[in-house]
Design a protein around this ligand. Structure first.
Ligand SMILES: Cc1ncc(COP(=O)(O)O)c(C=O)c1O
Length: 306
């Protein structure tokens, strides 16, 4: 198993001024492609795959998604046969995520939006498993109970590395699976979840997956910047400035929004003086390649050989 991902203290005069200790849990460093929450979510799924002697894994993902590339890399490294159902019209040879995933040999099958909407439907899943002769299914984004177990371990690592429970842990959310896993283990830390998506569904979705420690859950709904494929100039500037200041790369879909939200709230005195805050870097940096490909070179690219 990998060693613990680093926990480092972020230096910023703002934090000194507010008397806060802010740390970053650098899960993006775990692996260049299976990074952050993807590694955490896949860990026990892949162990189960092996232990149950399964032969062929099937999953779902967007054409630029972190899950797609992480799964392709994990299958390639562990010599697992994998098929991924991708929403879209067909291969785009210039899409860096698809290009890299293709290189790693995962079977990519495109489906239209109407079919893709059925990805959570059990009959449809069964049809696909039979069609592709697959015997192990991982849902879109990798969120299932085994994924939650992997994400819960982040809290234990933080407690160990900090020598105590952090007052606050912050994380970005899409499906809420990562947050639910953290919450299951957050009996002594308050969990601040920053939604990457517009809407009012996230808190209920997290509590459906985990109803432990719910008094410690706080969902922030106002830092989504319009949703997944949207971006705003202030977020792009923030990511570039954060990189210059800390030499840490963020992505525009998840971690950029979370850090933007956290810093805004720190400025607004939402965290009491004397608190410790651990912000989890959930990875997703391969997404910067796809972002720059779609919108022009706006943010730094990660060091990934495309
Ligand atoms: C980099 C990154 N951070 C955070 C998330 C949010 O994870 P979840 O869907 O478990 O809420 C994702 C989504 O999969 C992601 O790729």
């Amino acid at each position: 198993m990998n060693p613990l991902s680093p926990l480092i203290k972020l230096e910023d005069p703002l934090f000194d001024h507010k008397k806060l200790e802010v740390f970053i849990k650098r899960d993006e460093l775990i692996h260049p492609l299976i990074s952050g929450n993807k590694w955490r979510k896949l860990k026990y799924n892949l162990l189960e795959f092996k232990q149950k002697n399964k032969k062929h894994l099937l999953s779902f993902g967007g054409a630029f998604s972190n899950h797609l590339l992480a799964l392709a890399a994990a299958c390639s490294e562990q010599d697992i046969k994998g098929t991924i159902i991708v929403r879209g019209d067909g291969p785009d040879p210039n899409n860096p995520t698809l290009r890299l995933a293709n290189k790693m040999g995962i079977n990519i099958q495109f489906t239209d939006r109407t079919n893709y909407k059925r990805r959570h439907d059990q009959d449809y899943q069964q049809e696909l498993l039979e069609h592709y002769k697959a015997d192990f299914l991982i849902p879109e984004g990798g969120t299932n109970l085994l994924a939650l177990k992997g994400c819960a371990e982040i809290v234990d690592e933080i407690d160990l590395q900090l020598g105590k429970a952090s007052d606050y842990i912050t994380v970005s959310a899409g499906t809420g699976g990562t947050a639910a896993g953290l919450l299951s283990q957050c009996s002594n830390s308050k969990l601040q979840v920053f939604s990457a998506l517009k809407g009012d569904f996230l808190e209920a979705d997290i509590l459906k997956l985990c109803d432990k420690n719910k008094q410690n859950l706080h969902v922030h709904k106002t830092f989504h910047f319009g949703g997944y494929a949207k971006h705003k100039p202030e977020l792009i500037s923030f990511i570039n400035e954060f990189y210059e200041q800390h030499n840490i790369l963020l992505d525009p879909i998840y971690t950029g929004k979370m850090f933007y939200g956290l810093l805004t709230e720190i400025r607004e005195d939402k965290y009491p003086a004397g608190s410790s805050i651990v912000a989890i870097h959930t990875g997703g940096l391969q997404g910067n390649l796809g972002f720059n490909y779609r919108f022009g070179q706006k943010i730094p690219n990660p060091q990934i050989p495309v």
